[in-house]
Design a protein around this ligand. Structure first.
Ligand code: ADQ
Length: 485
């Protein structure tokens, strides 16, 4: 139900929160995982709303609408699909989104493949999305577009003469001008972004990078105001710009970690590892997450501090991701070889240093790992935010864990005072940090972890949604918390 006087919320993302999967010869609907779904589902349910996106099926003969209707009725909000062909998925999603924007915006430009075909497919698919958005919404709606796959929504809507109130949130970092300028379509991309009414980034640094790129490409840019959300003027038009660090459902994670069966599972994990210290890594298997570098830093740790042999375990959990892409297959192989090499070098009877799991874990099992770990080692080479760092803190109800965090994760901007910051490329530095963290006394650990938890508890996912919507449609909403960064 839409409350009177409130704008209906329309979320637009590449994928719908319900994903169609082909398993055992038939199509099934599964609830998508992740922070965005957790955050948006209750908001859409309460306010009434629509979620527009691709279903995950590229086959023309699948009855997508039929399959999604039950899910939609139960979820309490409408789902609307944008059908994509296999070729579109290949060129727009795997191509432009994941072989150009993803590596470039993570400062890994040598991995980019700037095929003009990808750019054309990206524009075509964005146009296709915009047509569906125009058809399924009215000028009374608020459109919240998610992430780098759909940077051209406001641009195409305007070019069709469709007036909508639009906000865009970028989940990944925004690069510095030196890197952004390498994009062959840089002007068109930045110009499209300026067509939104509100642009949201994860950190102030991303917001600053965007303004620097804008000034380079559009010298008439003027920025007015201070604080988390400012106004940008370009000639006679203007839009707002803000930093809104995404977060997690803190209570959900903390309560799950405290549930008896999950606590028991955490204890069993510790027992299975004979109560040795546990250093934990959890990531989607992606080259931006720095997994090979992390394993090498464990190798350095064991070389430099041989007294740790038999006393510490490194557990790496990697969730399969983009498995159809060659680079991700190579990465998986590289990680498996490295794990084998380190275990071959250091194992002794009764002790294997690295435990590696390549699979998607149910959330209660993941939480049990978080609760069991003495140290979370979160070392992406670059990351928009990194939710694993926040999930670990929320699950550490005993408040005696240590967060070792990459200085290049967006989360570092918020958590730097109480996490142990490291350079993910510096194997010696990480080994030293781990050695120190392993020897921190209980009071130091407790003091840092309780402050980290406080920060994540206050600035949780609901705060993130409210902050963005307050900046985007403040006038139609009631009291919302101040935007903090
Ligand atoms: P991601 O790159 O996917 O997100 P991240 O923020 O770390 O990265 O989220 C990963 C999620 O996957 C976490 O919620 C974690 O619990 C889950 N996960 C990891 N391994 C798992 C496993 N084996 N089994 C089950 N679940 C697992 C992008 C950006 C980030 C940004 C988010 C949100 O790249 O920088 O934080 O969007 O904006």
């Amino acid at each position: 139900m839409v409350e009177s006087g409130m704008k209906r919320l329309v979320v637009v993302s590449n994928r719908l929160p319900a994903a169609l999967k082909h398993e055992d010869g038939r199509w099934t609907v599964k609830q998508g995982a992740g922070g965005l779904v957790t955050a948006m589902a209750p908001v859409l349910r309460n306010r009434g709303g629509v979620w527009i996106g691709w279903s995950g099926a590229a086959e023309p003969d699948v009855d997508v609408e039929g399959l999604l209707s039950d899910f939609s009725a139960e979820a309490g909000y409408e789902l609307c699909t944008v059908p994509l062909t296999r070729q579109e998925v290949d060129d727009y999603y795997y191509g432009f989104s994941n072989e150009i924007i993803w590596p470039l915006f993570h400062d890994l430009q040598s991995r980019c493949r700037f095929h003009p075909r990808y750019w054309r497919a990206y524009l075509d698919v964005n146009f296709k999305f915009a047509e569906v958005v125009a058809r399924r919404t009215t000028s009374d709606d608020y459109l919240w577009i998610q992430d780098y796959h759909l940077m051209h929504q406001a641009f195409f809507l305007k070019s069709m003469g469709v007036k909508r109130n639009t906000g865009f949130f970028l989940h990944i970092p925004f690069p510095t001008p030196d890197i952004f300028m390498k994009l062959p379509w840089r002007w068109k991309v930045i110009q499209a972004l300026t067509e939104y009414d509100l642009l949201g980034f994860q950190t102030m640094q991303d917001r600053r990078n965007f303004v620097r790129c804008l000034r380079r490409l559009m010298p008439e840019t003027r920025v007015e105001g201070r604080g988390a959300a400012v106004t940008v003027r370009l000639g006679n038009r203007s839009f707002r710009l803000g930093a809104f660090p995404i977060s997690i459902d803190y209570n959900q994670f903390s309560e799950l970690a405290g549930r008896e069966d999950v606590a028991r599972k955490a204890f069993e994990l510790k027992e299975a590892l004979r109560h040795r210290k546990i250093i934990l890594g959890v990531d989607r298997l992606d080259y931006t997450k720095g997994i090979p570098e992390r394993i090498r830093s464990i190798q350095t740790l064991l070389k430099r501090y041989p007294d740790l042999k038999g006393r510490v375990n490194f557990v790496q959990i990697a969730v399969p991701s983009r498995e159809e892409v060659g680079e991700y297959k190579d990465l998986r192989q590289e990680i498996e070889q490295l794990v084998g090499r380190v275990n071959g070098e250091f194992s002794i009877p009764g002790w294997v240093p690295v435990h590696y799991h390549y699979r998607n874990l149910p959330v209660d099992e993941l939480v049990a790992y978080y609760a069991a770990a003495d140290i979370a080692l979160v070392t992406p080479l670059r990351d928009g935010m990194n939710l694993v760092a926040k999930e670990y803190c929320a699950c550490n109800n005993s408040e005696d864990g240590v967060l070792v965090l990459s200085e290049f994760a967006g989360a570092a901007a918020q958590l730097q005072r109480n996490a142990y910051l490291v350079n993910p490329y510096d194997m010696d530095g990480i080994a030293k940090a781990l050695h120190r963290a392993l020897h921190w006394d209980r009071d130091e650990r407790h003091s840092s972890m309780s402050k980290l938890r406080d920060q994540v508890r206050r600035n949780n996912i609901f705060w993130w949604v409210d902050s963005f919507l307050q900046a985007g449609i403040a006038k139609t909403l009631g009291d919302f918390p101040e935007v903090e960064t």
